[in-house]
Design a protein around this ligand. Structure first.
Ligand SMILES: N[C@@H](CCC(=O)N[C@@H](CS)C(=O)NCC(=O)O)C(=O)O
Length: 230
């Protein structure tokens, strides 16, 4: 990746995970902010980068990479010294690591979207609490094994932090931000607090804070409503 990468992102979205990965790598990168409330994700400028209109998208010397899992896997391979993911010794170990990435991007993230964005998913406002409740039940089912795992080990993959911990931390931030019941998840709470202490996470949040200020100034910052207001 010879040219400086450019990350297309928005604050509070799953692009936070990619932002954290780039901060962890510690090499210069640029960002382009997408204002969802202005519909910028549906405008030609961005659609020419990612035709599906979703963040994150990473422009690199190797072309544009989309899908968080693919970007993280690419960055882990390109910058092995950053140890974003363990270096797999064989195909089986690689499959275990990929399974955890897909757990975040394919199992959990769609549920997060339904739970957090239920008021914007349905055209019928009365439906929103029901959609959120169903997504909450499904999330509880998916998070229970992770709670047990994190009760027995500090990080998603064992003793060492990986970018999967930033992914899970974003998921936790998103759902608890709108009122997911945390009571049965003390290990996840501890994990989130530890994940947020990492310098790369602090830097990513500082970056987001600047973007958030910019969006607020433009009247374009969106905060999903909490559960009791959905
Ligand atoms: N499968 C994609 C999902 C990305 C995604 O849904 N991003 C959200 C923000 S968290 C987004 O851009 N949503 C805008 C939209 O779907 O219109 C990935 O893992 O990168």
């Amino acid at each position: 990746m010879t040219r400086k990468p450019v990350l297309w992102f928005a604050p509070q979205t799953c692009a936070r995970v990619t932002l954290t990965a780039l901060e962890e790598i510690g090499q210069p990168f640029d960002t382009r902010l997408i204002a969802f409330m202005a519909g910028e994700h549906r405008q030609p400028d961005f659609l020419s980068v990612n035709p599906s209109g979703k963040v994150p998208a990473l422009e690199t010397g190797d072309g544009v990479i989309v899908q968080n899992g693919a970007i993280l896997s690419y960055l882990a391979d390109m910058f092995p010294e950053a140890r974003l993911l363990p270096h797999p010794v064989d195909a089986r170990e690689r499959s275990r690591i990929l399974a955890e990435l897909f757990r975040c991007s394919s199992d959990l993230h769609p549920l997060v979207t339904r739970f957090v964005m239920s008021p914007t998913i349905s055209t019928d406002a009365a439906d929103a609490p029901r959609i959120r409740a169903k997504a909450g039940e499904a999330l509880a089912l998916q998070l229970a094994p992770l709670e047990r795992r994190l009760d027995a080990q500090p990080w998603m993959l064992g003793q060492d932090w990986s970018i999967l911990d930033a992914y899970l931390a974003w998921i936790w931030f998103r759902i608890t931000g709108v009122g997911f019941d945390q009571r049965d998840y003390s290990a996840l709470q501890t994990h989130y607090a530890k994940a947020c202490e990492r310098p790369s996470a602090i830097a990513a949040l500082a970056h987001e804070a600047k973007a958030q200020t910019e969006l607020k100034a433009r009247g374009l910052f969106f905060q999903p409503p909490p559960a009791d207001k959905a």
